[in-house]
Ligand binder design. Sequence first.
Ligand code: ADP
Ligand code: MG
Length: 250
Amino acid sequence: MVRAERVHKSFGPVRVLRGIDLEVRAGEVFCLVGPSGSGKSTFLRCINHLEKIDAGRLYVDGRLVGYRQRGDTLYEMREREVAEQRRDIGMVFQRFNLFPHMTAAENVMEAPVQVKGVRRAQARERAEALLARVGLADRMDNYPAQLSGGQQQRVAIARALAMDPKLMLFDEPTSALDPELVGEVLDVMRGLAEDGMTMIVVTHEMGFAREVGDSLVFMDDGAVVESGHPREVLNDPKHPRTRAFLSKVL
Ligand code: ADP
Ligand code: MG
């Protein structure tokens, strides 16, 4: 579903991604862990067209991200094609980023109505189903300010699912939550995983990675340091930097 080949990204002189190679298979829960500043968010943002890579190749579902290739030459995609690619990818951020002036249901309906031209009545029905799926059937008409952080994050997940993404990106989805609200969000993510969604999850929740993850990559300083099955990497980290990091978060 995702393949990165020697992906590089710099901001000015700062080399943030230094040749990332990795592969995410369809249906897999792929956990990306590493210290703050190691480039995890930047990598997710490159997948979702929020940043452009400087070198290497990045593919989603077999297609180059943001470029078309003819022979050996790459051409930048037109805006419409970029929009099409982005539609297939759902993203959930640390901060919930809901539209504050819209109810939970309206937040979930917004993209299908505005981007896909779905009729409001139909979008509302779908929003009801999605909000029920994340355990918020009774919160449809609440505004974000009336919801807890955990509830807001679940609305954000429902909103991403409303576009029927092939791939879901989670960037520390529970890091901004009070500890007692983390579980309800992880439970929703676990349900998505059981339904076969392909997910890349940046997280410090090693319990989740161990129980739900299919692969885990440890990143440091813009590079993949170690990867494998989550239990393997977490129980028996090979690299000193992985060990040092895990000793702090476990
Ligand atoms: P992580 O998510 O692993 O904490 P990030 O991808 O957010 O790491 O950031 C990696 C590095 O890139 C950091 O040093 C950060 O300051 C830098 N960085 C991220 N985005 C930008 C930007 N838009 N402009 C300049 N530097 C950036
Ligand atoms: Mg980050």
